[in-house]
Design a protein around this ligand. Structure first.
Ligand code: SF4
Length: 351
C-alpha cells in the first residue's frame, strides 16, 4: 500500500472508531466480528435497500430463525411472507437456497471470498462484505456508498458503469490488511453520513485535504451515463370477495414476485411492455390504477372489482383469505397498494 493510501485508510479507521454507525447487525469497532450468519443475512437484506428499511426485518428474521440451520428448516411460504415489503424477492428465494446449502455443510459459512461467491445469491459485493466483516479477509467491498466516496476521493471521471473497474481498483488499493471489515464499514458510513449524494459535508470529512473530488466539485462524482426512459407496462389485477374473504393466489416459484401470495392478475409480468389491457366483460368494475416501480420498468396495474357469483377467474392455485387477516398474508407491496385501493372503495360504498 502506498503512503497516501495508508494515510486515507488510517484516517478512515480512526473516524469509524469515533463516528461509525451503530447498527443491529454490527459489532462495535475493535470487538470480535459478528456471527457470519448475521453478517450474511444483513448484507443480503441491504442489497438495494436502506438500513432504516432493513432494521425491523433483520430483527424479526433473527428472532424467528436465530441460526442458519433454523432458517434452512423454515417453510418457504413463511420466509416469503416474512420478506414481504422488502422487495427484490429473488433475494428471499436465494436466501433459503443458500441457508440450505450452508446447513448441508454442517452450518458453517466458508471463510474466503471465492468460496462465498459460489453460494446461491452471493454476488461480488456480498461475498466480499461477508469475507471482510465476518472473517477479517482483505476484500474490496464496493457498494453504492463506497463507489461514491472512491469516485470523489480520486475525482474519477469515467461514467458508470464503465468507470466501475477504476473505482474497484482504487478501493482494492486502499483496503488495509488489518481491519479490512472495519475499513469497509468506514467507507460505507462515510458515504451514508458525510459523503452523501447531495450536499456532502466535506468540512467534517477526515480525508477532505486529500480529496481531489472536493476541489473539482464533489457532486459531479460519480459521473453517470445518461439514463434511458423506463418502460411502462400495463396490466390488471382482480379483487374477488366472498363472505368476508378475498381470493388470493400463490405466484409461480420462478419469475417476478415468485412464490409470493398475490391478487390474481392477467400475467402482466410476462406481457410486452406498453401492451394494452383487454377490457373485461361481465360484472367487473374498475377501481382505479396502482402505480409501482420495479427495477427495470414501471407498472400501471388497473384494479378490477368483481361483483357477480362464481367468478371464472378462481383457479386451483388460490385460497380464500379473510379480509380481517389480510395483514398476515405477506402480500408484496404492489398488492398491498391494490388491496388498500379496493378496501377504500368498499368503505366509500359502505360495504
Ligand atoms: Fe466526500 Fe467531501 Fe470527504 Fe471528498 S471531502 S470524500 S467529497 S465528504
Amino acid at each position: 500500500m502506498d503512503a497516501s493510501a495508508e494515510t486515507v485508510s488510517n484516517r478512515l479507521l480512526a473516524w469509524y472508531d469515533a463516528h461509525g454507525r451503530s447498527l443491529p447487525w454490527r459489532s462495535p469497532p475493535g470487538t470480535p466480528p459478528p456471527d457470519p450468519y448475521r453478517v450474511w443475512l444483513s448484507e443480503v437484506m441491504l442489497q438495494q435497500t436502506t438500513t432504516a428499511a432493513v432494521a425491523p426485518y433483520y430483527t424479526r428474521f433473527l428472532t424467528r430463525w436465530p441460526s442458519v440451520q433454523a432458517l434452512a428448516g423454515a417453510d418457504d411460504a413463511e420466509v416469503m411472507a416474512a420478506w414481504a415489503g422488502l422487495g427484490y424477492y429473488a433475494r428471499a428465494r436465494n436466501l433459503l437456497a443458500c441457508a440450505r446449502e450452508v446447513a448441508a455443510r454442517g452450518g458453517r459459512f466458508p471463510d474466503t471470498e471465492a468460496e462465498l461467491r459460489a453460494l446461491p445469491g452471493l454476488g461480488a459485493y456480498t461475498a466480499a462484505a461477508v469475507a471482510a466483516i465476518a472473517f477479517g479477509r482483505r476484500a474490496a467491498v464496493v457498494d453504492a456508498n463506497v463507489e461514491r466516496v472512491a469516485a470523489r476521493l480520486y475525482a474519477l471521471a469515467d461514467p458508470l458503469p464503465q468507470g466501475r473497474a477504476a473505482i474497484r481498483a482504487r478501493v482494492e488499493a486502499l483496503t488495509p490488511h488489518a481491519r479490512p471489515g472495519d475499513f469497509a464499514q468506514a467507507m460505507m458510513d462515510l458515504g451514508a453520513t458525510l459523503c452523501t449524494p447531495r450536499a456532502p459535508r466535506c468540512a467534517a470529512c477526515p480525508v477532505s485535504d486529500l480529496c481531489a473530488g472536493r476541489r473539482a466539485g464533489a457532486e459531479r462524482f460519480p459521473v453517470k451515463a445518461a439514463r434511458k426512459a423506463r418502460p411502462v407496462r400495463q396490466g390488471q389485477a382482480y379483487w374477488i370477495v366472498r363472505d368476508g374473504s378475498v381470493w388470493l393466489v400463490t405466484r409461480a416459484a420462478r419469475g417476478m414476485l415468485g412464490g409470493m401470495r398475490a391478487l390474481p392478475d392477467d400475467g402482466w409480468a410476462a406481457g410486452a411492455d406498453g401492451s394494452a389491457v383487454a377490457p373485461l366483460a361481465g360484472p367487473w368494475t374498475g377501481a382505479g390504477t396502482v402505480r409501482h416501480s420495479f427495477s427495470h420498468f414501471d407498472l400501471e396495474l388497473q384494479l378490477m372489482l368483481y361483483s357477480g357469483d362464481d367468478c371464472p377467474r378462481l383457479d386451483a392455485t388460490g385460497e380464500w383469505w379473510p379480509l380481517d387477516r389480510l395483514d398476515c398474508a405477506g402480500l408484496p407491496t404492489l398488492f398491498v397498494k391494490a388491496a388498500r385501493l379496493a378496501l377504500a372503495q368498499a368503505a366509500d360504498l359502505g360495504e
